[in-house]
Design a protein around this ligand. Structure first.
Ligand code: ADP
Length: 220
């Protein structure tokens, strides 16, 4: 089982999350085995994924039959069925699957998945809720918190940096943020340098502490 150039992923649970994930993986050249115990779900993904199979993944023997132990990457995308999610994850851990990603519906669920040995736990609804909170004002056009208290934000260039070289504006010391990329109307994003002169209507991507990014996006 070598992880390096293995482009195969096992996706368990073809609900909204698992289904979108599996399709995106296929679109990016991964071989995906999609599994669900609901035949209709499997049917609807049969033509979209590399392989699909109807199986109950809470059964050890069944998991072996579908070759789960041979995968170096697996995603447990069973959310709302707590017991099924936990059992499936723990079986994959026992089998020694080296990269297990598991979806949790809330923090408590996430904590359990982590404790039984999932390597990565994702909380899509929780994370999206937090993200939308930062977009709500309408000034922040996109937002990603990279880690606790460090974020990237996409916003319109505020008046005070327009028409001047970024190096002269002193935005970094004044606002604690760094302009990383810039996009002129109708063009694509390019990296920003000290010589970049933002124009009215430009969109910028800035990096910095969460509150600083938030405050910068509020500038007119
Ligand atoms: P979402 O919120 O992403 O739609 P759900 O939790 O509703 O996620 O869907 C999870 C999927 O996992 C469903 O399609 C369900 O049939 C499937 N599933 C649930 N239990 C098992 C199991 N024991 N084995 C295989 N698939 C399962």
């Amino acid at each position: 089982r070598s992880t390096a150039n293995d482009r195969r992923v096992l996706v368990i649970g073809l609900g909204r999350f698992g289904g979108s994930l599996a399709e995106e993986l296929v679109a990016h050249g991964w071989e995906v085995l999609g599994v669900d115990n609901n035949p209709r779900r499997v049917q609807s993904y049969a033509d979209l994924l590399t392989y699909t199979v109807v199986a109950d993944t809470t059964d050890d023997e069944t998991l072996r039959q579908i070759g789960a132990h041979e995968f170096s990457r697996a995603v447990v995308a069973i959310g709302s069925h707590l017991e099924e999610s936990i059992l499936t994850t723990s079986l994959l851990v026992d089998m020694g699957v080296p990269n297990i990603w598991a979806k949790a519906v809330n923090r408590r669920h996430g904590r359990i998945l982590q404790q039984i040995g999932a390597h990565h736990v994702v909380l899509p609804e929780h994370d999206m809720g937090e993200r939308v909170a930062h977009l709500l004002s309408g000034r922040m056009l996109d937002y990603v918190e990279i880690e606790e208290n460090f974020a990237l934000g996409k916003t319109r260039a505020p008046l005070e940096i327009i028409g001047r070289r970024l190096g002269e504006t002193g935005v970094r010391s004044a606002h604690g943020i760094t302009v990383v990329c810039i996009k002129r109307h109708g063009e694509s994003f390019t990296y920003a340098t000290a010589d970049t002169v933002p124009q009215k209507g430009d969109i910028v991507i800035v990096a910095g502490k969460t509150d600083d990014v938030e405050r910068f996006a509020e500038l007119k």
